[in-house]
Write a protein that binds this ligand. Structure first.
Ligand code: UD1
Length: 364
C-alpha cells in the first residue's frame, strides 16, 4: 500500500513524525513525505526534521508564504502533478492548516482516498481560517481519525457515516511521550538562567490576537503586570515578529524588561520550557493539549477552543484577549486554584500505531 503523507507547517511536523515511524514499523505501508513549504525557516521547519529524525521529505513543493488564496492555490497546483506521478492508494493530511485543505482537495478531485488525522475538531468560530480548513477537509475525507470524543460527536452531528469515524487518540502526545527523555536533557533553562517553576511561557500567533493591535494591546496590558512578578519567556512566531516590528506595541514589549523575547524554540527546548514552567499563556491549539498531558496550568488566550477536552478535564482555561480575565487566571495560578488535569482517553503514546492498523485494514 502506498501513502503520501503531507506536512506543511510547524505543528504538522510534530504530528507526522510518529506517523511515518509507525508506518515504517508495519512493513506493509510504503509512505512518501511531501513538504508543501508553507513553513520554511530553520526554526519553523528544518529543526523539526532533525530533532524528530524524520527522513528528508521526498518532495518539497516550496510554496512559501502568501495570502490564503494564493498559498492554497499554489499548493494545489504543485501537489497535483505529484499525485499523478506517484498514484498513491491514499493521501494522509493532518491538522487544519492551509496545506491540509489544499492537498486534501487535490486528492479528493483525483478520487484518491483521503485520510484526515485530527478530524472533527470544531471551535464553531468561522472567523478562524483553521475552522474553515477543518470543516472542508472533513467533508471530503474517507477516513476521519479523531483525537478526542468531541471530534467523533461533531462528525456524527454533521452526518458523517459511522464507518468512516475512529477515535484513535492524539499523535501530538505520541511525539511528546517519545521525546520527553531527550527534552529532559535540554540545557535551555541554564542557557536562559531560569529556575524550575519560576517563569511563565508565552506564545502568540493567531491573527485575531496579533494582527489586531487592539487585542494585542489588551494582552500586553496583562503581560506588563505579570512580568513584574516573574520572567515571561516569549518565543516569537514570525507573524507576530512582523507585526511587532511595524507597530508601537513593539516599543511597549521592549520596555517590559522581564518579558523576554527569544527566537522560535526548537521542539526539545520548548518541551523542556513547557514542562518546567509555572504556567503557559498561549493561543496555540497544540499547546493546550500538551499542557493538559503535562498538568501545567494553561491560560488560553482565545475566546473558544476546538479542543474542549482541554478545558473539561485538562488544565486549560479560556480567557480570550481580556486583560481582566488574564489577570484573574494568573491570580488563580499563583494561589494554586487551578484544576489538576487528567489524561484524556487514548492519549497514551500509541495513536500512530492505531492509525497504521486502521489504514492497513481499511485502505488495503
Ligand atoms: C499557520 C497556520 C496555523 C498554525 C500556524 C503554526 C494556516 C491558515 N495557519 O499560521 O493554523 O497554527 O501555522 O505556526 O495555515 N513566516 C516566516 N517563516 C516561515 C513561515 C512563515 O517568516 O517559515 C512568516 C511569513 O511572513 C508569513 C507569516 O509568517 O506570511 C505567516 O505564515 P503562514 O504560514 O501564512 O501562517 P501562520 O501564522 O504561521
Amino acid at each position: 500500500m502506498k501513502i503520501i503523507n503531507v506536512a506543511g507547517a510547524r505543528p504538522n511536523f510534530v504530528k507526522i513524525a510518529p506517523l511515518t515511524e509507525a508506518f515504517r514499523a508495519t512493513g506493509g505501508i510504503d509512505s512518501l513525505l511531501v513538504h508543501t513549504g508553507q513553513h520554511y525557516d530553520e526554526w519553523m521547519s528544518q529543526s523539526f526534521f532533525r530533532q524528530f529524525e524524520i527522513p528528508e521529505p521526498d518532495v518539497n513543493l516550496e510554496v512559501g508564504s502568501a495570502s490564503h488564496a494564493v498559498q492554497t492555490a499554489e499548493i494545489m497546483r504543485a501537489f497535483e502533478p505529484v499525485l499523478l506521478e506517484h498514484k498513491p492508494d491514499a493521501v494522509l493530511v493532518v491538522g487544519d492548516v492551509n496545506s491540509t485543505i489544499a492537498c486534501g482537495l487535490v486528492a479528493a478531485k483525483l478520487a484518491v482516498k483521503l485520510v484526515h488525522v485530527e478530524a472533527g475538531l470544531r471551535s464553531f468560530d468561522r472567523t478562524m481560517p483553521e475552522e474553515i480548513n477543518r470543516l472542508l477537509t472533513d467533508a471530503i475525507s474517507d477516513l476521519l481519525l479523531c483525537s478526542e470524543p468531541s471530534g467523533v460527536e461533531n462528525l456524527r452531528n454533521e452526518g458523517v457515516a459511522e464507518e468512516k469515524i475512529f477515535l484513535v487518540g492524539n499523535v501530538m502526545i505520541d511525539a511528546l511521550v517519545k521525546n520527553r527523555p531527550k527534552a529532559d536533557k535540554s540545557n535551555v533553562l541554564e542557557r536562559l538562567s531560569l529556575g524550575k517553576g519560576q517563569y511563565a511561557v508565552l506564545t502568540l500567533h493567531r491573527p485575531a490576537n496579533v494582527d489586531d493591535p487592539l487585542a494585542f494591546g489588551w494582552i500586553l496590558d496583562a503581560l506588563e503586570i505579570i512580568q513584574q512578578e516573574l520572567p515571561v519567556i516569549f518565543p516569537v512566531h514570525p507573524r507576530t515578529r512582523k507585526n511587532l516590528d511595524r507597530s508601537p506595541l513593539g516599543r511597549r514589549v521592549e520596555q517590559a524588561a522581564n518579558l523576554r523575547l527569544i527566537e522560535p524554540a526548537g521542539y526539545l527546548d520548548f518541551l523542556k520550557l513547557t514542562s518546567s514552567a509555572k504556567a503557559l499563556l498561549t493561543d496555540s491549539g497544540g499547546i493546550q493539549e500538551e499542557t493538559t498531558f503535562l498538568g501545567i496550568p494553561c491560560i488560553t488566550l482565545r475566546p473558544n477552543t476546538a479542543r474542549p477536552i482541554t478545558t473539561e478535564i485538562g488544565s486549560s482555561r479560556l480567557v480570550g484577549a481580556d486583560t481582566e480575565k488574564i489577570i484573574e487566571a494568573w491570580d488563580d495560578v499563583r494561589a494554586g486554584r487551578w484544576q489538576v488535569s487528567r489524561t484524556p482517553e487514548l492519549w497514551d503514546g500509541h495513536a500512530a500505531g492505531r492509525i497504521a492498523e486502521i489504514l492497513v485494514e481499511k485502505i488495503r
